[in-house]
Design a protein around this ligand. Structure first.
Ligand code: GSH
Length: 216
């Protein structure tokens, strides 16, 4: 049985969405961030000894499957794509390379900047001068990766393979953090349409409902 440790109000959304796309059977252990431990009394959090025994990193999400314990949300999805993803996984070595590249691109070129936008909103600073400056700076850094993605999606419809794959989920869930930057995504019409279609998928909606059901 596949087990995902990690509340839906975390990067576990990437894995929950993808598992719902796969229609695979899985078990959810909603470990919360240690600073949100009061939101889930009785549940494990990221500093609980039981969780640290499984994952000394103390970070969610973590996957457990057939004796494998794996961290890193995007790597977890790449693994799931191979074991339960069917055609959402790679058809060969070239696609595998592109899917790994898409995940690394999401983690290195997109996430750091996108998360600045998210945190500015979470800190309640988006409507302050400092917050607007922070969001603007992140947007400047994101326009190049977004332009690269725009060209790929305009040509092929999807990041890899011309079909919906694990690369769509990994990139879309990281890009979601940048949606709080007014007008940014709309500057890239192919990306905007692709992201809207991805977030309209039943599996995304089901993941989102699960997330919303958890205490904020
Ligand atoms: N690069 C990691 C980041 C994992 C991470 O930082 N997770 C956060 C929650 S989204 C966490 O576990 N924080 C632990 C804590 O602050 O208690 C991934 O993508 O899985």
């Amino acid at each position: 049985m596949i087990t995902i440790y990690g509340a839906a109000r975390s990067r576990a959304t990437r894995n929950i969405w993808f598992l719902k796309e796969c229609g695979a059977e899985w078990r959810h252990v909603p470990v919360v961030q240690h600073y949100r431990a009061d939101r889930a009394p009785g549940e494990w959090h990221t500093r609980s000894p039981e969780f640290l025994a499984l994952s000394p990193e103390g970070a969610i999400p973590v996957l457990e499957h057939d004796g494998l314990v794996l961290g890193e949300s995007l790597a977890i999805n790449l693994y799931l794509a191979e074991v339960v993803g069917g055609d959402m996984g790679p058809r060969g070595a070239a696609e595998r390379g592109r899917m790994v590249a898409a995940a690394l691109y999401a983690a290195t070129s997109v996430e750091t900047q996108a998360i600045r936008i998210l945190y500015t909103h979470m800190d309640g600073k988006a409507d302050t001068d400092a917050g607007r400056a922070e969001i603007d700076a992140a947007c400047v850094a994101l326009r190049r990766p977004l332009a690269v993605l725009e060209a790929r999606i305009a040509a092929e419809g999807h990041p890899v393979g011309g079909r919906f794959t694990v690369a769509d989920v990994n990139l879309a869930e990281v890009l979601r953090y940048a949606q709080g930057a007014p007008g940014l995504i709309a500057e890239f019409p192919a990306v905007a349409a692709w992201l809207a279609a991805a977030q309209a998928r039943p599996a995304f909606r089901a993941m989102w409902a699960m997330r919303e059901a958890e205490p904020a």
